[in-house]
Design a protein around this ligand. Sequence first.
Ligand code: NAD
Ligand code: TYD
Length: 330
Amino acid sequence: MQVLVTGGLGFIGSNFIRHILGKYPQYNVTNLDKITYAGNPENLRDIEKNKNYSFVKGDICDAKIVDKLVEGKDIVLNFAAETHVDRSIDDPKRFIRTDVDGTHTLLEASRKHNIKKFIQVSTDEVYGSIEKGSFTEESALQPNSPYSASKAGGDLIARSYNKTFGVPVIITRSSNNFGQYQYPEKLLPLFITNLLEGKKVPVYGDGLNVRDWLYVIDNCEAIDFIMHKGAIGEIYNIGADNEKTNIEITKLLLSELGKDESSIEYVKDRPGHDRRYSINSSKLRKLGWRPRFKFEQALKDTVKWYKNNQNWWKKIKSGEYKEYYRKHYY
Ligand code: NAD
Ligand code: TYD
C-alpha cells in the first residue's frame, strides 16, 4: 500500500505516521510537509530511517509537487493545515490558502491519478457552537472562526469532488485532540509547559467554554479504522464523550503539577469564542471503533511526556513562538 500523508510533521500527522508504520510493515508512507512553524522534524526523529518512510519538504498548494507525489499512491490522507484559531484571527488569508486551496490542489491530483481513497481530516469545529445536545454528521455547518470556516471550505470541496467527480473521499471530523508532540500554543501543552516553567496559565473569558477531549492515539486509531473500514462518500465524527470546561481542565492540570489557583490568570476572551463543541460519534461506533484510553490516565501520561521531554518544547518556546506568545499573553 502506497500512502501519502500531508502535514506529517505536525501533532496528529506525526502520531499517525508512527502508528501506521508500526502496525503495517508492508505499507510505504510518504510525508509531504511544508515545515511551517508547526511542522517539526523532531516529531518523527525516531522513524526517520525507517525504510518504509520518506519525507518531502513541500507545500500542498504547489500543484507540481503534489501531482508528482500523488501519482502512484493508493491512499492520500490530508492532515496539512493551519490549525490555531488565534492565529486565524490574526491572519485569515494564510488559513484560506492552505486549508481551502491546498485541499483543492490535492483533490485535483487525486482525481487525475485515480486515487483509491482520499481521507480529508476535518474537524468538529466546522459545525460551530452548540448549547445543548450534540452535532451529528447531518448537522449544518456553521463555522465561526476563520480557522473553522477554512476547514469547512476544504471539507465541502472534498465532498463536492466525491459527488461531482467520483473521487473516493471520506471525511473525518474529530473533537479536540491532546497528547504528545502537540505544539505548545494549544490549551493543554501551553498550560502544562507554562506550569512546568513556573508561569501562569492564561484562561480566556470566564473559562466555562466546553470542549470534548480526545486522546491523539485514539484519533489515529479511528482514522486508521476509517481508512480501512469506512465507506466512500461518508463523513465520520470522532469523539470520546469527554466534555470538560476549560477551567475543569485547568484545575486537573494544576493538581497534576502540584500548583494552586494562584497560577491562573483570567485574560480577555477570544473574539467569536465558540462556547461549546459536542459531537455524536455513534455512526463510527456502530461500525466498530471506540476510544481505548481513559481520559484521566491519558491526561496523566500527557503531562508526564511534557515533563520528560522538556528539550522538545523548550526549543520551540525559546524560538519563533516567543514573539507570538509575548504579543498574545503578556
Ligand atoms: P499542526 O498545526 O500540529 O500541524 C500541521 C502540519 O501541517 C505541520 O506539520 C505543518 O508544517 C503542515 N503544513 C501547514 N501548512 C502546510 C502546507 N501548505 N503544505 C504542507 N504542509 C503544511 O496540526 P494538528 O493539530 O496536527 O492537526 C492536523 C489536522 O487535524 C489538521 O487538518 C486539523 O485541522 C485537524 N484537526 C486537529 C484537531 C486538534 O485538536 N489538533 C482536531 C480536529 C481536527
Ligand atoms: P485551543 O487549544 O486553541 O483549541 P480550539 O480553540 O481549537 O478548541 O483552545 C481550547 C480551549 O481553550 C478554547 O476554548 C480556548 C481556550 N484557551 C484558553 O483559555 N487559553 C489559551 O491560552 C488557549 C490557547 C486556549
